[in-house]
Design a protein around this ligand. Structure first.
Ligand code: AGP
Length: 616
């Protein structure tokens, strides 16, 4: 999704703007541009299709005039292909105004006809240029940039974050947002805007999120916020809990490699301060929403992709520990089936970015129908947690690679904390059970360190399989969502067919896929598993091996039953049923990354994908 940066202050704005875009590259884009209001040369701007390096090279050879007010943009094409003309910023008021946009203006066609009828000329095929010309038209009438923005946003439909600057207004950037993120960075004698805090965390760790349908007027020493209707807003600032170095690769070959290495820390940080050794869970941020849990008779998770698989793992634990029926629904399906929900339903959204439009719309749908809404999110101040009844933040730190890794583990742990919290509140989880779970959870970071060390062996496997065209993943119970997650990683990173199945489903069809040489990863439950799923899965392995499959088993250290039937065994430390998924997923994350690497693909920014899907 598009990256947005705005700046007003004493620095040379071009450094701030390009640096901000670099920190937002992970969002996925196909063109980039900047616009600066200069003291003596009016408004200057430059934009190019392609990666940021192309724009930077141009500016290196032909630098823009200096200025202390500017906006910058990386575009992920929606209307109109990735060309120089379609890149942002777009100009208005005869080139005196520049505008950048994230989102989709759904009624742009009728607005464009109106502008064409007035003789306006369009240089691009984008919906965004409509907004630039409209703000320019309003500004010409009264010379007030904030008022011009207010007039225009009242006519726009859809999702948008807009930033504008005008050469007659040096020292001012005006921004507006609806259904698309925008955060303010609060500095000393300077202020920033960004689609997320990564845009300016190098300069300030104090931020302020803008709410729905709000307009911000940014000056170097003053930030004022109003609603689209002009009502003043007092937005609460917050402190960013990570620093710029965390958003750098730190010497790793890719952000993904760095973030996999941080999986143990992500779990430790998400647990920190929330789980006593006695197993009692403290989540004061949930007390007002959930209380003793007695008013909740149903829980529905809404999420997409990897976040939905974390929710599926959570389902098993929360239903077992709390006794509350739990369902998991894909956000983009949820509201279109018109679910029967009410004030006794707790809708839990899971989202790393907190900006996934499908999930945001599902949360709004649920809230409109009286459901309680809880956000499990990794991004402070993001739209989904701000629009939810309560937020349970994961503390995985910034996740830059498009393929989600450490956030997944943190999401599962957050689900477990929620399940224990509910079970304890409802008196269904005993002190003994809680203490045992706490013990297992506190052991996880150390055990995860062991799993991260399987990297070299997994890299060898990946190199051996670099030409494979299909990989299957089997799991059972909480291993089933891990099979789905492993398959998704391979699809999104190595661009090959991969599919996850519930192991019990094999005989109902998928076993027909097995032919000699078919690679199958199998997540094997512990032989100490009280539900005796272990023997069933070992039987599944025998069935596929008998048909020529090449089996890579993720199995508990010392599990002798698996050895005769697996071509490769990746050992997992001894642990309990609910902890195994968190350990088994690490080699699958590494495998997806290494296979992509073996194929020479872009690990951090896979083709066609964005880190946060902020359009439906
Ligand atoms: C996961 O690797 C993918 N990048 C994708 O499935 C992602 O999990 C999904 O788009 C949800 O994103 P969110 O957690 O930011 O809502």
């Amino acid at each position: 999704m598009c990256g947005i940066v705005g700046y007003v202050g004493e620095r040379s704005s071009i450094e701030v703007l390009l640096g901000g875009l670099r920190r937002l590259e992970y969002r996925g884009y196909d063109s980039a541009g900047v616009a600066i209001v200069t003291p003596g040369n009016g408004l200057v701007s430059h934009k190019r299709s392609g990666k940021l390096g192309i724009l930077s090279d141009d500016l290196g050879h032909n630098p823009l005039a200096e200025g202390h007010t500017g906006i910058a943009h990386t575009r992920w094409a929606t209307h109109g292909g990735p060309t120089d003309e379609n890149a942002h910023p777009h100009l208005g008021d005869g080139g005196k105004l520049a505008l950048i946009h994230n989102g989709i203006i759904e009624n742009f066609h009728e607005l464009k006809q109106e502008l064409l009828a007035e003789g306006e000329e369009f240089l691009s095929q984008t919906d965004s240029e409509v907004a630039a010309l409209m703000v320019g038209r309003s500004y010409r009438e009264h010379g007030n940039l904030t008022k011009a923005m207010q007039e225009v946003v009242s006519r726009l439909e859809g999702a948008f974050t807009l930033l504008v600057v005008h050469q007659d207004q040096p020292g001012v950037v005006v921004g507006a947002r609806r259904n698309s993120p925008l955060v303010v960075g609060l500095g000393e004698g300077e202020n920033f805007l960004g689609s997320d805090v990564a845009a300016f965390v190098a300069y300030t760790k104090k931020a302020m999120a803008l709410g729905q349908d709000q307009i911000v007027t940014l000056r170097s020493t003053e930030v004022s916020v109003i609603t689209f209707d002009g009502e003043p807003v007092e937005a609460a600032p917050f402190d960013i809990d990570w620093d710029a170095s965390a958003a750098d690769k730190g010497g790793w070959s890719s952000f993904m490699a760095k973030e996999i290495s941080e999986e143990p820390e992500a779990v430790a940080n998400t647990l920190r301060g929330r789980l006593g050794d006695d197993g009692l869970v403290a989540l004061p941020e949930l007390d007002a929403l959930i209380g003793d849990g007695s008013a909740i008779n149903r829980i529905i998770f809404v999420a997409c992709g990897t976040a939905s698989y974390a929710s599926m793992v959570g389902l098993y634990a929360i239903e077992k520990w709390s006794g509350i029926p739990v369902g998991v629904e894909l956000s983009h399906e949820f509201r279109y089936r018109e679910p029967a929900i009410d004030e006794h339903t707790l809708v839990v959204s899971v989202s790393q970015s907190g900006e996934t439009m499908d999930t945001l719309m599902a949360v709004r749908y649920a809230a409109e129908r009286g459901a309680k809404t809880l956000s499990i999110c990794n991004t402070q101040g993001a739209t989904i947690p701000r629009e939810s009844g309560a937020a349970l933040y994961t503390h995985a730190g910034p996740e830059v690679a498009v393929a989600s890794t450490k956030a997944f583990l943190a999401q599962v742990v957050a689900c477990y904390l929620l399940g224990m919290y509910l079970g304890q509140a409802r008196g269904l989880l005993s002190t003994k059970e809680s203490a045992a779970l706490a013990d297992d959870l506190h052991k996880l970071p150390g055990q995860l360190e062991e799993m991260v060390k399987t990297g070299p062996r997994i890299q060898e496997l990946a190199r051996w399989m670099a030409d494979t065209r299909s990989v299957l993943y089997l799991g059972r119970h909480v291993g089933y969502p891990i099979a789905l997650e492993g398959a998704l990683k391979l699809k999104e990173l190595a661009y090959i067919h991969a599919e996850g199945f519930a192991a019990g489903e094999l005989k109902h069809g998928p076993i027909a896929l097995i032919e000699p040489g078919q690679i199958v990863f199998v997540i094997v439950p512990s032989p100490r598993d009280p539900m005796s799923l272990h023997s069933k899965v070992v039987s599944n392995i025998q069935e596929i091996r008998a048909r020529g499959a090449r089996v890579i088993a993720l199995a508990e250290q010392g599990d002798a039953a698996v050895l005769p039937f697996a071509d490769e065994v990746i050992p997992i430390p001894l642990t309990s049923t609910f902890m195994e998924p968190l350990l088994a997923v690490v080699p699958l994350h590494i495998f997806g990354m290494e296979l992509a690497g073996a194929k020479g693909l872009d690990i951090d920014q896979p083709r066609n994908l964005a880190k946060s899907v902020t359009v439906e």
